[in-house]
Design a protein. Structure first.
Lengths: 423, 423
């Protein structure tokens, strides 16, 4: 277990060596190791809780706010949940070895494009110690070695979790170096990981804007960034009113702190008189602050006085809170244009009964996940049937949307012949 | 045609606007535009040759070397060849709209993962004016707008070629901004393109190490780098001797200046006595300089005195010339280890009759294209049946190996429902 005095470069080199072996392992061996890790977590729960108690105490002393402390906290139930989530990864199909395409070339060469692990995946994260195990299970299942760098706030918890994981998978036959935690959660370690060119194959940041900014400044190895989500719901003139209200409410209110929650509501002017008073009323009843343009206010009836004025910045803001910006538009095209101007490319929805509008919206909106008559809240590896996700990408290259087992892989071309040479 | 006084930012913004329309175009319209571009090239060949003559004259005055001048030169035949290559792109299947995966979710939502254009692709390149048209045809077919930045050496040629392309595709109904050339081939323009975050979706560099280094320093938008190829041929103890000699010769000699040519030959010690004297003799006869380890020399018989000594640096060098490094190994595992240490991840081959060795090599070697009993020279979009390539990636993310029409796309999830909300 490489949490001791080994340098970051040594840890990454060890992970690279391990990755060569991991890439060749069969599914049964990988599944057994992940299962052994889950068992070990439950067997050693007391150690975990003890370490976590030290982090919690330090956190309280440092006066971390309540929500951070809650994210840091582990309980017997939460550890059982982490083990259960790992066992779910066991049940997922192995992405390694999948033939993406294959054919015989004109000269008799047999070509296969085969899914293979990336190699070494580094996950840099803040608080939430469960990430240690979730990401380890996903990386091992996809044949990758993992290098973890958590935050200093959760150092004791992460150290014990990573030790348990590393020991359990080694005992189950995985190579040393398959799971490593970089001791210390500082920016120096981050910079060192981010410059291991040719060794670390991918960095996945799970944390706030400061973490991403540090990576953008220093990273020489590939990073998949997840923008938070500035998500939209557009209610078209042809929308079913009940669906439109239910989807708007769900997208905003069901869990406002997450990145697939809606931040802006766009409403076609034809449906505004019937839709807006009802929708705004229900949103207000759910405690949502509304920031609206002038036309929205004109349709709001007796609610008009309770609405705030939207400023330009509101269209671009991801509140992650019970706040919604609302604007009236005169056409689906205007809605599409607005979305393309302001979306962070995460999830955007249209509510419409028009096939033409649905097609225009799904093909015209440049975003990872486009919804027709459904809430934006479904963007999630688990909901999508990918079993779990290590993050959610708003980039267009490699992975877009939930990052699951397949997205933790690359491919290679394997070309087999009988002596072919090029003319 | 945006070769005039428009700023780089304006050109890229225009390309972004065009990309929204291009993404929705049907295949027939895109094909007609590419065909019209090919026709226009032939109809306006005199203009092209006149502009090229000015570049050639300036190149001779600047005392460019002969190979650079040859790459710059356009002739009537070469222009006809460029038009023919563009028409080949017309014949390829359209990648846009392809459903990569799709299923009904547990709650009745219908999910499709659909291939869509990236948006704006910038190609930055040196010399070879044919790149202007090749890359334009590939980008338009895949629904992307293209921003071209050629080198100042070919400015007159590129300007005319891009004008002809832009005018022809506009006349065929494509939006203005679909094809743009950034005037001036300087590093300032490169830096400006490379920092158009959210506007330029991908940069593909086609040029030397200086160009790549400049991008690595400045790029804020995604870049797919193509390393040159340090490619290997490993001749296993079980190799068919005739195949081994033919493949080695072909991989080294057939076109030594390209990135899929072999730079290092690894030979199992058991087959070295029968293979090496013959292979080294034929390589010498083809004018290949041989840089060998001591064991190779010991098997070389009367050729021993004509061999140079390999230094450590030779294993890592991409000669792109008639030079080959040669080393004897004692096992397939040693060969795999050597390859993984030195390969640039482009193309590596094993010659073997052993199924076990073939499997070990193809799964163990971490490279884009692995060959069994075939020359490394087949790594090429055209050879692979992808029709053409815009480059060749040695990265692991997004695209690995030849970058064709599919690799110029991303995907989005389109999720259609009937009012589903998340519980």
């Amino acid at each position: 277990m490489a949490t001791t005095a080994a340098s970051v470069a040594e840890i990454c080199a060890g992970a690279k060596r391990a990755s060569r072996e991991l890439a060749r392992l069969d599914t049964v061996t990988k599944n057994a190791a992940i299962g052994a890790m889950a068992d070990a977590l439950e067997a050693r729960v007391d150690e975990i809780l003890e370490a976590n108690a030290r982090d919690m105490e330090a956190g309280r002393e440092a006066q971390l706010d309540a929500s951070l402390l809650d994210r840091l906290l582990l309980t017997r139930e939460r550890v059982a949940g982490i083990a259960r989530d790992a066992r779910r990864i066991v049940a997922l199909p192995d992405p390694v070895g999948e033939v993406i395409s294959g054919y015989r070339m004109y000269n008799g060469l047999d070509l296969r494009q085969v899914r293979v692990p990336l190699g070494v995946v580094a996950v840099v994260y803040e608080a939430r110690p469960n990430v240690t195990i979730d990401c380890t299970a996903l990386c091992l299942k996809s044949g990758n070695a993992i290098v973890l760098r958590g935050s200093s706030t959760a150092l004791h918890s992460n150290t014990v979790l990573a030790s348990i994981a590393s020991e359990a998978v080694s005992a189950a036959g995985l190579p040393d170096g398959a799971v490593s935690l970089v001791a210390g959660g500082g920016r120096d370690e981050l910079r060192e990981i981010a410059t291991q060119e040719g060794i670390v194959d991918l960095i996945i940041p799970r944390g706030g804007e400061g973490l991403k900014a540090a990576l953008k400044e220093h990273a020489k190895v590939p990073v998949i960034y997840a923008a938070s989500g500035n998500c939209h719901v557009y209610v078209d003139e042809s929308a079913d009113l009940d669906d439109a209200v239910a989807i708007t409410l769900n997208a905003k209110v069901q869990r406002p702190s997450v990145c697939n929650a809606a931040e802006t509501l766009l409403v076609h002017s034809s449906i505004a008189p019937s839709f807006l008073p009802r929708a705004l009323g229900e949103l207000r009843e759910s405690g949502v602050e509304l920031r609206v343009d002038e036309r929205t206010r004109s349709f709001a009836g007796e609610l008009a006085d309770s609405l705030n004025e939207a400023a330009e910045a509101d269209w671009a803001t991801e509140y992650h809170a019970l706040i919604l910006a609302v604007k009236v538009v005169d056409s689906a095209d205007e809605a599409i244009e607005h979305v393309n101007r302001y979306t962070s490319g995460h999830s955007d929805a249209v509510v419409t009964q028009s096939q033409e509008v649905a097609r225009a919206f799904t093909s015209g909106v440049d975003t990872a996940c486009v919804y027709v008559n459904a809430s934006t809240r479904f963007t999630d590896g688990g909901e999508f049937g990918m079993g779990a996700e290590i993050g959610n990408s708003t980039q267009k290259l490699h992975a877009r949307g939930p990052i699951g087992l397949r997205e933790l892989c690359t491919y290679k071309y394997v070309v087999e012949g009988s002596g072919q040479v090029r003319e």
